[in-house]
Design a protein around this ligand. Structure first.
Ligand code: ATP
Length: 255
């Protein structure tokens, strides 16, 4: 299933947040959204996920969701959003409980997603016993459990320290390489965008408009940390964003 946004505009009261966004999220691809603070990245993600309706324009789901999909669109947030009183298995199980699945089938799905996120040994642990990186892996496992058509990821690594971010990025790349998933990935971090994005959408400052869409052809598994070509792409993105980011910061000073 592809996700398509067509001529999306969005306002909160008198504040225009997004202007004329047209965007394709093709199945099996990771689309990163970058842009200065407050330009509307998270708003765009909520509109794509149907949590809010755009003031104007449409979001369309095109084609059928994957087989055995329990929920076509699922979110992964920066703060993990785990229930502290439930174990790792219990947190993943949560999203499977209202679908009338037999206990054995639920268990099979949980085993599968925990194995894919390298958490098999930690099924009985409580969130407080886990590191930040592991908590985010649980959130990713929980998202994968419903076999979504599109994962909507809002700065999923930004609460983590830089080493854990690097490790989790490697995990996301190997997860995608073994079994491609579709994702929209909002980030401030251009290094993450060039490691993970098949397509990187650069928004202007508010009202967010698409300034450029950069397509990266290098397979994810071949994009290594410190790679010169990726650094050049990152510089290009920063070149596009620098003036916008400075103007957005200056604007905040006058609020
Ligand atoms: N529910 C809301 N009601 C009113 N204004 C909102 C609401 N949500 C977001 N905004 C405003 O819309 C603008 C865009 O916010 P949004 O969080 O989408 O930007 P962002 O690019 O994700 O920001 P950041 O990079 O800082 O996370 C901001 O000015 C914000 O204050």
């Amino acid at each position: 299933m592809d996700l398509k946004a067509e001529h999306i505009h969005h306002h909160y009261g008198d504040t225009e947040v997004l202007r004329d966004i047209t965007l394709d999220i093709p199945s099996g691809r990771i689309v990163c959204i970058v842009g200065p603070s407050g330009c509307g990245k998270s708003t765009l993600l909520r509109l794509l996920g149907g949590l809010e309706k755009p003031s104007k324009g449409t979001v369309m789901q095109v084609g059928a969701p994957p087989e055995a999909c329990l929920n076509p669109l699922t979110y992964i947030f920066q703060d993990f959003a785990l229930l502290p009183w439930r174990s790792v298995r219990g947190n993943v199980s949560l999203v499977l409980e209202d679908h009338g699945l037999a206990a054995a089938e639920r268990s099979r799905i949980i085993d599968d997603v925990l194995a894919r996120t390298k958490l098999s040994e930690f099924g009985d642990a409580l969130p407080k016993q886990l590191s930040g990186g592991m908590k985010q892996r649980v959130a990713i496992a929980r998202a994968l459990a419903v076999n979504p058509a599109v994962m909507l990821m809002d700065e999923p690594l930004s609460a983590l320290d830089s080493q854990t971010r690097e490790l989790l990025m490697d995990d996301l790349i190997s997860l995608w390489t073994r079994q491609p998933f579709t994702a929209v990935y909002v980030t401030h971090n251009l290094a993450e965008a060039v490691r993970l994005g098949h397509k990187i959408v650069v928004l202007s400052r508010r009202p967010g408009q698409i300034r450029e869409v950069v397509e990266l052809d290098t397979p994810l598994a071949e994009r290594s940390y410190g790679d010169a070509a990726l650094e050049a792409q990152q510089q290009h993105l920063w070149g596009l964003m620098r003036d916008e980011a400075a103007a957005a910061d200056a604007e905040l000073l006058h609020v």
